[in-house]
Structure formats: structure tokens, C-alpha cells
Write a protein that binds this ligand. Structure first.
Ligand code: AMP
Ligand code: MG
Length: 360
């Protein structure tokens, strides 16, 4: 094996290997697994976003993840497993609610927090005595976990502070020269990160909203509440998931959300566009198919139909990334308070906008 892959100070060649997402070529998966088992890093698709994988039980694997992403080392990693029994080795106990939630939502976009066992190094958990665990449903991710050592620590495969990657190209943009391999399984299905639930609280608490909603969780385990730390715009209210305190992503151009009834939103964004044009500035707009034709900004990006909230989640991060390549001075976005996952989408968008919202 090329020993350079383990030396993060050297620039390395990043190989991008195309895989059939549903039926990945096992010889490619084994090559990737070999890198992981030796403590190296591989970018790979999951159903939520692309992950940056390392062996979760090797301290140097976790350290390399922090170095490649430029991620603060107090921000713990999620451990990905391929079967429920794998929990035994890495957790100190498994509450009955966890089994019920796993039966309902694993494999899938739900992460649960457990008390950790000694098998999990503190490098992986950012110094915490708890460990976050998820079983992804993506066939490539599952195959990679099974072929490596069964436990892959994988945060989103972006440079810290950039939007999570939803295409292998995004991973390449951020991590080329830093990791030896990226598995390209095409576009991810969901497009926002997993829901995180902490069962150690008296009333189970959502630490990060995601595709699995509070209502879906409540149906299985009864009352569930949101961590006030992530719903609040007040920087003094601290979220329980260390990563939620970081402003995930701020586009280069100033981003403002305009919220309210559709016609009023269009009218206000167009007024704002006129004002900025008078100052000689270029305006970017994030909208939906229903309203796209009504804007005259310089770069107009649609997240898809408002009727299809999955499409909004799928496209949001790619659009935010795109705007950094475009030469705009300000960005205005419609608000996406859609019925089911709107909460999770707005959580990401509000952070990107630094909570700047104009209500109309
Ligand atoms: P990412 O890997 O980019 O999706 O981010 C993982 C998220 O999970 C971050 O917000 C972490 O702070 C959070 N997380 C991971 N492990 C724990 C844990 N043991 N307790 C609370 N939050 C966690
Ligand atoms: Mg992330």
C-alpha cells in the first residue's frame, strides 16, 4: 500500500472511483475498506450526505478526520454500523427505546446517542462519555462498513464551515489532495444530515432535526422534545450536540431569508433586488419552481417544486455551494417552512443566513 495515504502533511492523489450506488463493485469496496482498516480516510455516499469515513475504533483514524476537515476536535463523530448487534461492543447500555427506534427507522437517517464503552476512543467522541451511532441504508455505505472493521466514524465529507456534500464532486472540491479515495455513487437521496436523538434525557430530546421528524419519533416512543439550544437564535443558549453551536456555513455573499405569504415574498425580494441593482450590486435568489419566473435577480436558483419538500432538501446544499462560485453580492432566499421536513431545512438555512430574516 502507498504509505503516503497515512501522512496528512503530504499532498496525495485522490482517486475517485465510480460505483453503482445500489450494487457496488465489491473489488472497489474492498480497496476502500483496506484504506480504512489501515487508519486512512475514504469519502463515500450515504443516503443523507457524503461521509468522510475512518475506522471509528482507531484514535488515529478520528484524528485524521479532524485534520482533513479542519474540524474542531470537540465536535464528536457519528459511528456508522451495519447491524444492530454491533451496538453491543461500542455502548455501555442499550435502552429499550433504542431498540424500538431502530426497528422503526434503521437502517435510515436517525442517529442515537448512547453511553460509550471503552472500545470507543475519546478521539472519536470528542472527549465525551457518550457515542452517537447510526445505521445508514445506502448499499454502498453498508458494504463499506461490513468490509472494513464494522465501525466507521463519518462526519459529512466537507471542509468544516462549508455546506455538506451531496455529490462526489463536492467532496473532491473540498478534500482533493487530502484523502486517497472517494467512492462516487452519484447524488444522495435525502440531502440533509440525519436526525439526532438523545435518549439519556428524561424526555428524549432531538439534538439536530432531520428527515425523521419529531412526530415520527413520538409515534414510536411517546413524548419527544427539541433541544432549545438549536431552535434559539440566542448565541448564549448552548445546544447539547457540540457541532450545533458552529455556524455551519456562511456563503461569501450576505444571505437573508424573506418569510411570509408567497406573493408578498416575491414582491419584497423584487424590491430588494431593485435597491441593490441601483447600488450596482449583483443579486442571487433562492426560490422554487412556482415563483422562479417572477424574479429578475442576476442568479436565480430553484430548489424544485414547493409541492415536493424532498426536492428542497436534496438541492439546498448544492445551491448554497454554487453561490460561492457565482459573483453575487447579496442573496435573498424564500423561506421553506414546509409541513414535514421544513423544520430541518429551515434549521440549516437559518444558520447559513446567520438568522437574518425579513418577515413580510
Ligand atoms: P456531522 O458528522 O457533520 O453530521 O456532525 C455530527 C453531529 O453529531 C455534530 O453536531 C455532533 O456534535 C453531534 N454528535 C456526535 N456525537 C455526539 C454525542 N456523543 N453527543 C451529542 N452530539 C453528538
Ligand atoms: Mg457536518
Amino acid at each position: 500500500m502507498n504509505t503516503n495515504i497515512l501522512d496528512e502533511k503530504k499532498t496525495i492523489i485522490t482517486q475517485v472511483k465510480k460505483v453503482d450506488a445500489m450494487h457496488p463493485d465489491m473489488s472497489i469496496i474492498r480497496e476502500a475498506a483496506e484504506i480504512i482498516c489501515e487508519g486512512g480516510l475514504v469519502g463515500f455516499p450515504t443516503e443523507t450526505v457524503y461521509g468522510l469515513g475512518a475506522d471509528a475504533l482507531l484514535p488515529e483514524g478520528a484524528k485524521r478526520i479532524y485534520a482533513a476537515k479542519g474540524r474542531p476536535s470537540d465536535n464528536p463523530l457519528i459511528v456508522h454500523i451495519a447491524d444492530f448487534e454491533a451496538l453491543d461492543k461500542i455502548t455501555a447500555d442499550i435502552p429499550p427505546q433504542a431498540k424500538a427506534l431502530a426497528d422503526a427507522f434503521w437502517p435510515g437517517p436517525l442517529t442515537m446517542i448512547f453511553r460509550k464503552s471503552d472500545a470507543v476512543p475519546y478521539e472519536t467522541t470528542g472527549g465525551l462519555d457518550t457515542v452517537a451511532v447510526r445505521m445508514p441504508s445506502h448499499p454502498t455505505a453498508l458494504a463499506l462498513i461490513r468490509e472494513s472493521c464494522g465501525y466507521i466514524a463519518a462526519p459529512s465529507a466537507n471542509t468544516s464551515g462549508r455546506p455538506s456534500p451531496t455529490l462526489a464532486e463536492h467532496v473532491y472540491e473540498d478534500l482533493k489532495g487530502k484523502i486517497p479515495m472517494i467512492l462516487d455513487g452519484g447524488a444522495v437521496g435525502i440531502g440533509i444530515e440525519s436526525t439526532i436523538i438523545d435518549l439519556s434525557e428524561e424526555i428524549p430530546m432531538i439534538l439536530r432535526p432531520g428527515y425523521i421528524t419529531k412526530d415520527m419519533l413520538s409515534e414510536v416512543i411517546g413524548e419527544v422534545r427539541d433541544d432549545p439550544g438549536f431552535t434559539s437564535a440566542d448565541p448564549n443558549v448552548h445546544p447539547k450536540a457540540p457541532g450545533m453551536k458552529y455556524r455551519h456555513y456562511a456563503p461569501k455573499a450576505n444571505l437573508t431569508i424573506v418569510s411570509g405569504e408567497a406573493d408578498a415574498v416575491v414582491q419584497r425580494i423584487n424590491e430588494l433586488t431593485r435597491e441593490h441593482h441601483q447600488k450596482g450590486e449583483k443579486v442571487g435568489i433562492i426560490c422554487t419552481d412556482e415563483t422562479r419566473a417572477r424574479y429578475f435577480g442576476d442568479v436565480i436558483e430553484s430548489t424544485g417544486s414547493r409541492q415536493n419538500e424532498d426536492s428542497i432538501a436534496q438541492h439546498l446544499y448544492a445551491i448554497l455551494r454554487d453561490f460561492d462560485e457565482r459573483d453575487v453580492d447579496v442573496i435573498f432566499s424564500e423561506s421553506f417552512a414546509t409541513p414535514r421536513i421544513g423544520h430541518a431545512i429551515m434549521n440549516r438555512l437559518l444558520k447559513a443566513a446567520g438568522h437574518q430574516v425579513i418577515e413580510v
